[in-house]
Design a binder for this molecule. Structure first.
Ligand SMILES: [Zn+2]
Length: 175
C-alpha cells in the first residue's frame, strides 16, 4: 500500500530541503573539531548535490514549460553550476585545510541566494500557475527520485553517481 506515503507537494518538499541545508550550515559554524567540520562539510555537499539533481531532473523541466519562467530556470541553473563547483573544490580538501572556512562561507552565501530567489520569485509563480493535485503528484515523484539519488551519492567509490546518469523511465510514470 502506498497510501501511507506522506503527501508533500513539490514546492514544500524543496522548501524542506532548503531548511535542512540551512540547519546544517548553522551546525557547521558551531563545530570546532577539524574532522567533524570536514565530515559535515561533505554531508552538506551531498545534500546539495541531491537537491540540485532533483530540481534539475524533475522540477525545472516542468517549470520551463510555464509561461514567463524560462529565464528564472536559466538563472537557477547558473547558480547550481556555481554551487557544484564550490562543492567539488570542498570535497577535494582534507580535514584541517585552512581554505575550508572561507570556501564554506562562500558556499553558504551562494546557497542563501539560491534559496531566496526560488522562494521569493520562482515558487510563488509556480504555485499560482499549477493545480495543487498536480503539485502533489510531482512531489511524490520527486520524493522517489530523492531516495534513489541519496543512495547513489552516499555509495562509496566506483558506485558513485555519474554526471550522465539518466532518470530511469519508470519514475516518469507519475504524469
Ligand atoms: Zn532549491
Amino acid at each position: 500500500m502506498e497510501t501511507d506515503v506522506k503527501s508533500v507537494d513539490a514546492l514544500n518538499l524543496l522548501k524542506q530541503d532548503h531548511r535542512t541545508v540551512e540547519k546544517l550550515f548553522q551546525s557547521w559554524t558551531r563545530l570546532s573539531d577539524a574532522t567533524e567540520r570536514h565530515q559535515l562539510c561533505r554531508q552538506i555537499c551531498q545534500e546539495l548535490t541531491v537537491h540540485s539533481q532533483m530540481e534539475e531532473q524533475c522540477f525545472y523541466p516542468e517549470v520551463r514549460t510555464m509561461a514567463g519562467l524560462e529565464d528564472m530556470v536559466d538563472e537557477s541553473l547558473r547558480e547550481h553550476g556555481h554551487v557544484k563547483q564550490l562543492c567539488a573544490e570542498l570535497e577535494s580538501m582534507q580535514a584541517g585545510d585552512a581554505r575550508l572556512s572561507t570556501q564554506m562561507g562562500e558556499l553558504q552565501r551562494a546557497v542563501e541566494h539560491h534559496v531566496k530567489e526560488e522562494e521569493r520569485e520562482m515558487f510563488p509563480k509556480v504555485r499560482e500557475t499549477c493545480d495543487q493535485q498536480w503539485l502533489l503528484s510531482l512531489g511524490l515523484a520527486m520524493q522517489q527520485q530523492k531516495t534513489q539519488l541519496t543512495q547513489q551519492v552516499t555509495m562509496p567509490g566506483e558506485q558513485r553517481i555519474r554526471e550522465d546518469v539518466r532518470q530511469p523511465s519508470r519514475s516518469e510514470s507519475w504524469r
